[in-house]
Design a protein around this ligand. Structure first.
Ligand code: ADP
Ligand code: ASP
Ligand code: MG
Length: 424
């Protein structure tokens, strides 16, 4: 007997029929003798619907007071899901009980819309499991120490599931979704993408942080920190396939540093359309400028990603960086309202029509020339690179958003990742 956590995403929970299907699958695992905790997301489209309702009622600035209410609203999607799934399990003849985040409780900090889990008390849930019940816990939400409902950021149910698995020392956390594993890139963009049977934790972390939304980055961080065995697999296989077959399907996130394994130089390609570029034009090229610009941005709690400072001409330079699109206007306003004047900069301009495309692979550590293959491939397609950033196991470029699909497809082919190509 094992303790297993299942997570089902929005599409997997997308209709009454799909919810009944989830219940049948979970019941199969429970009947095989496993203790089952299930973490579902809101039904697909529901979180968007709730947030746009809020926007219709009052399109307002994102103050803390507003964000608190947005979390209150968005969290209801998952509450409906746990109730429905519990009903469906009961209809299957199982004993099941649902919990909202605050009932567990899943304690978080108070950063509304991007709260971090601080602790999970598993006493109630464990008692249910001991009593032979299936426990169903809301994804995406928690409660802060003032009893305010919080949410963990878009895609946060992955993180809820892995955090619950870590807290309960589950034997495995299975993330059921609408694809049958982690692919070399998003199969919606590149139909030739290949499923990986295994991916190293480090690569998964990079892929998630660079925009592959198949797993929320924080869930991968949790899995790494607590060594949670994690697998991504499809919820669309027939529910009655054997547990053995199911448990071997999808993609396993591995923690072994398997040096003997023949590593592909580039394992995957990620892209991110959520960023925007800001350029402070004509700043004096002297010490302290970067710190004053980025210091002001950091003080406003805005995260900066790619940074680029150009060579100076006549003592003046341009300083560019990217932020999340949600923070774009706030950053522009902030710089325009003070920093630009105090720095004697000529102007501050922005561009939201950018995207970041990244190649990822631990094999890049031991191979030179990978970045240049990337740049040549993009040049051959006539794609201009606006910014570049590299680390040991990734190279990212910022390009015009309209070339994103072309860039991803060309790179996928150039690094021999297509299904029909042999891995290099
Ligand atoms: P869920 O609702 O189950 O959480 P998500 O939409 O959050 O599902 O994540 C699954 C989606 O992630 C897939 O449908 C796919 O389009 C996308 N995706 C992006 N990158 C990848 C990748 N490298 N491998 C697999 N899926 C990916
Ligand atoms: N329902 C939330 C979202 O749409 C959380 C999730 O699905 O993981 O972002
Ligand atoms: Mg998701």
């Amino acid at each position: 007997m094992a303790l297993i956590v299942h997570k089902y995403g929005g599409t997997s929970m997308g209709s009454p029929e799909r919810i009944r299907n989830v219940a049948k699958r979970v019941a199969k695992w429970a009947r095989a003798g496993h203790q089952m905790v299930v973490v579902p997301s809101a039904m697909s489209g529901e979180t968007n619907r709730l947030l746009s309702l809020a926007k219709e009622v009052a399109p307002s600035k994102h103050t803390d007071a507003v964000l608190r209410e947005l979390d209150m609203i968005a969290a209801t999607g998952e509450q409906v899901s746990v109730g429905l799934l519990s009903l469906a399990l009961q209809a299957e003849g199982m004993e099941a009980v649902s919990y909202a985040g605050w009932q567990v409780p899943i304690k978080t900090d108070s950063s509304y819309s991007k709260a971090r889990i601080q602790s999970i008390d598993d006493v109630r849930v464990r008692a249910d499991l001991e009593a032979g019940k299936v426990a169903i816990i809301t994804g995406f939400q928690g409660v802060d120490d003032q009893d305010n409902i919080t949410t963990l950021g878009r895609g946060g149910s992955d993180t809820s599931a892995v955090a619950v698995a870590a807290a309960m020392r589950a034997d495995e956390c299975l993330i059921y979704t609408d694809v049958d594993g982690v692919y070399t890139t998003d199969p919606r963009i590149v139909p030739e993408a290949r499923r990986m049977a295994r991916i190293s934790f480090e690569e998964m972390l990079e892929m998630a942080s660079l925009g592959s939304k198949v797993l929320q980055i924080r869930s991968v961080e949790f899995a790494g920190k607590y060594r949670v065995p994690l697998r991504v697999l499809s919820s669309f296989t027939p529910w009655d396939i054997s547990i053995d077959e199911e448990a071997r399907s999808g993609t396993l996130i591995t923690f072994e540093d398997d040096e003997k394994m023949e590593q592909a130089v580039v394992s995957g390609i990620a892209f991110n359309r959520d960023e925007a570029k800001i350029t402070v034009v004509g700043v004096p090229d002297k010490p302290g400028i970067a710190s004053r610009i980025l210091g002001a941005v950091a003080d406003a709690n805005i995260e900066v990603d790619v940074i680029l400072q150009n060579v100076s001409h006549g003592g003046k330079t341009d300083f560019s960086f990217t932020v999340h699109r949600n923070d774009y206007q706030k950053t522009l306003d902030l710089l325009k309202s003070g920093v630009v004047a105090s720095l004697e900069a000529a102007d501050v301009v922005g561009d939201t029509r950018i995207c970041k495309v990244s190649i990822v692979g631990i094999g890049m550590r031991s191979h030179a020339g990978v970045a240049s293959t990337m740049f040549r491939t993009l040049a051959d397609e006539g794609i201009n690179i606006q910014m570049i950033t590299t680390s040991e196991i990734k190279t990212s470029v910022v390009i015009d958003e309209k070339y994103m699909e072309l860039a991803v497809r060309a790179l996928h082919k150039a690094f021999a990742l297509d299904e029909s190509q042999t891995a290099v």
